[in-house]
Design a binder for this molecule. Sequence first.
Ligand code: NA7
Length: 534
Amino acid sequence: ETRNVPPTVDVVIVGAGFSGMYLLHKMRQQGLTAVVFEAGTGVGGTWYWNRYPGARVDVESLAYSYSFSEDLEQEYPWEERYPTQPEILKYANHVADRFDLRKDIVFRTRVSSATWSEEENSWAVRTEHEDSVTARFLVMATGCLSAPKLPEIPGIETFKGTSYQTSRWPHEQIEFTGKRVGIIGTGSSGVQSIPVIAETADDLTVFQRTPSYSLPARNRRLREDEIAAMRATYRDYRQAQKESGAGVPVVVPTKSALEVTEEERNAAFEEAWESGSLVNLLSTFTDFATNQAANDTAKAWIHGKIHDIVKDPQVADDLCPDYPVGTKRPCLDTNYFETFNLPNVHLVNLHRTPLVEVTEKGIRTSDQEYEFDVIVYATGFDAMTGALTNVDIRGRDGLSLKETWSAGPRTYLGIGSAGFPNLFMITGPGSPSVLSNMIVSIEQHVDWVADAIAHLEQQGLRTIEATPAAQDEWVDHVNLLASYTLYPRANSWYMGANVPGKTRVFMPYCGGVGEYRKKCDDVAAQGYVGFSFA
Ligand code: NA7
């Protein structure tokens, strides 16, 4: 493996996940030079790091895939409805090979700082290995769920057994046979890994702070005929994705949950539950996301399902979430609730008996010490901003992105930030990103950024920068949309509520990817209104 770090390029891209790979491809097509820095040893980003047992995507493979290459779309042999992490990583590697991306990616290299030079109108980028590169443009393709978070409890380093973090899982197979395992966290990573670990562990104790709503994935192998049908209509499907609310086309609801009979309502929920699709559940009724009483009907119905599945009524109660459905990211699972019927699986409700510390032997809660051979941390991420503010980004006059965002992220369209010329974010805070099929949002941002860069080239301009006024207006708009919804009623990572000390603001744009795309296209059509140029 050679490390080819050019001293000067047109574009520095941070991250070789699905954003960074596509952006590199686009930049080359536009005749620009680019280098990608990637901390991992391979491509794939989120799908490179999250190797925990049971890891899968919760959007269907035929929809969770690039649309920019028709040949790729027509030829790629997806195997499962909801692919496993290894299958998605294989796809990422296939793309890297197919478009010959690796030669411009520098692996094992984390970017540490990026400093804007007023004199040069360029970014000086430094890495942990003291590489330094000058670039006109800096694009943060760093992902929304990539800066891991450990639980903020004392003693983690004292544990004498083995510890794993789901988002930093080792590359080799881990055996749980004969082991007593404790796991902290019941978001998607916990919900997906718990059933798989429970299959072989002697004993598995789940430490739950907040329960998750979860729908059975009903995963299966794809049939030849459905792959063929999708391939025959892919262009129309991709268009529908772009216009949809979440990057996955659904039948748009027309009725309030409160204007139908209970039978009708339950039938709709049952159908969504059987479909194994999160977007189907979230689009059963028009007022699901905005009206507490409407949302309560879904909540009660799902609580009923949990009680049907889980035999011990106390455990079932503990597994029932209290917040409105959809206000924290719901999960897709395979045998999650069923797993709590196994004799070797135990649930600890941390609301009753809070975590106190990790000890040499295991985990201590307020009422007892549990002994383990292995502790798994499925404790999530410093979502949406962590990977951006972890790099020391300095804009005009030494302005620090981290400090500028200390009261919450401020962006224009989730793409640019005032004071940081020629800096672009892919799926940044203030864009739909995590509320959508990520690949749809990624392609839209990359295309938009590539067009903006082409616009600068054509006009002979050096810099593009969000104006403070446009940014203020956008932040207000994003907040206003969130205020019409139930989202702010949950302590979610969408709100920054999972990271102590992080300011609570609802970070994603919740008006839907179709609406958002129109806004971005309008901005471009009006000569990039809201951006200033030099
Ligand atoms: P999540 O969804 O943020 O889940 C993390 C879990 O860890 C969640 O249940 C947390 O409880 C729990 N947690 C975090 N810190 C603690 C402490 N200190 N004590 C106890 N429990 C804790 O991350 P995932 O990796 O599962 O999923 C991230 C996204 O990836 C997911 O939404 C999908 O989009 C894909 P909390 O809810 O904060 O009370």
